[in-house]
Design a protein around this ligand. Structure first.
Ligand code: NAD
Length: 290
């Protein structure tokens, strides 16, 4: 199976490396030419446009920031659908609005292209290890056909429902991560202000009920004030905005999500949008004077 991969950022680069390691022939494309260098050094071919990638592939994968990027790469001028032969398989692994996945899936189906949405969780370390959690939406038959490819990048690959269900699941994931990061920052700030070393608090509670994957990954970053991304605040704002829009659409309450989204927005306005999302601790440091 020839694979075309579009979007070679923090996540796309290691995901391509794992496809190459598994023996797949991969052609890559990114709007920023230098972002393709790593994949080409690892053995991928260099593509020239999404249409060119689609014309030479049996399966196209995209790993792009948000809905408008995916729409332009797939539906736009020189996009995937311009080059696609009928029968092309397409998997969008970006985290985008579920409604956008449905719209793109419909346009693909009209051209004989079958699509899954299959966003991921786990961040750069799990993308490197090939142990991402992959949550897919779409037809069972297509899922079964592409599952072996997804398993080169993920340890858990689950079909969650029809197209868009992968991104709905991802929104739930991002809401839970955002809430965890916020309460972690709030709690470590309280400890520091009360005169207890946050590192000691982390060591004392990480094995108890409050311990979590978020705590393991993010508490050390907060304690060291090391906010190199990782997962950028601006990308988390994008996910929470997609969750809030979806919640408004269907009438589902989002009290906590809205609060954390506002804290992230304040950090973005302060010039911290490219920091890791654990940088939410900066917000608490500022308002608590710690
Ligand atoms: P990134 O910004 O590092 O990479 C995005 C890449 O897409 C860049 O190389 C950019 O040049 C490219 N791109 C943008 N527009 C393009 C276009 N029109 N044509 C071709 N290439 C284009 O982002 P990332 O961190 O790799 O995240 C990608 C997706 O994965 C996002 O939806 C994000 O929410 C999701 N995600 C990220 C993480 C993480 O920890 N970084 C974890 C899980 C999911």
């Amino acid at each position: 199976m020839k694979i075309g991969f579009i979007g070679l950022g923090i996540m796309g680069k290691p995901m391509v490396r794992n496809l190459l390691k598994a023996g797949y022939e991969v052609t890559v494309y990114d709007i920023v030419a230098v972002n393709m260098d790593d994949a080409v050094q690892a053995g991928a071919y260099r593509g020239t446009s999404p249409a060119n990638i689609a014309a030479g592939s049996d399966l196209v994968i995209t790993m792009l920031p948000n809905s408008p990027h995916v729409k332009s790469v797939v539906l736009g001028e020189n996009g995937v659908l311009t080059g696609a032969k009928s029968g092309l398989k397409y998997v969008d692994m970006s985290s985008i609005a579920p409604l956008a996945s449905k719209e793109i899936g419909k346009a693909c189906a009209e051209k004989g292209v079958r699509m899954l949405d299959a966003p991921v969780s786990g961040g750069e370390p799990k993308a490197v290890d090939g142990t991402l959690s992959i949550m897919a939406g779409g037809e069972q038959a297509l899922f079964d056909e592409v599952k072996p490819v997804l398993e080169c990048m993920g340890a858990s690959v689950v079909l969650c429902g029809d197209i868009g269900a992968g991104n709905t699941t991802k929104l739930a994931n991002q809401m839970i991560v955002a809430g965890n990061i916020a309460i972690l920052a709030e709690a470590l700030t309280l400890a520091k202000k009360a005169g207890v070393n946050p590192q000691t608090v982390f060591e004392a509670i990480q094995g108890g009920l409050a311990g979590s994957t978020v705590m393991q990954a993010k508490a050390p970053m907060m304690i060291a004030s090391d906010f190199k991304p990782g997962f950028k605040i601006d990308l988390h704002i994008k996910d929470l905005n997609n969750a809030i829009a979806t919640g408004h659409d269907i009438g589902s309450p989002l009290f906590l999500t809205t609060s954390v989204q506002e804290m992230f927005e304040m950090l973005h306005a302060d010039g911290c949008g490219q920091d890791d999302h654990s940088g939410l601790a900066k917000y608490y440091a500022k308002i608590s004077g710690t």
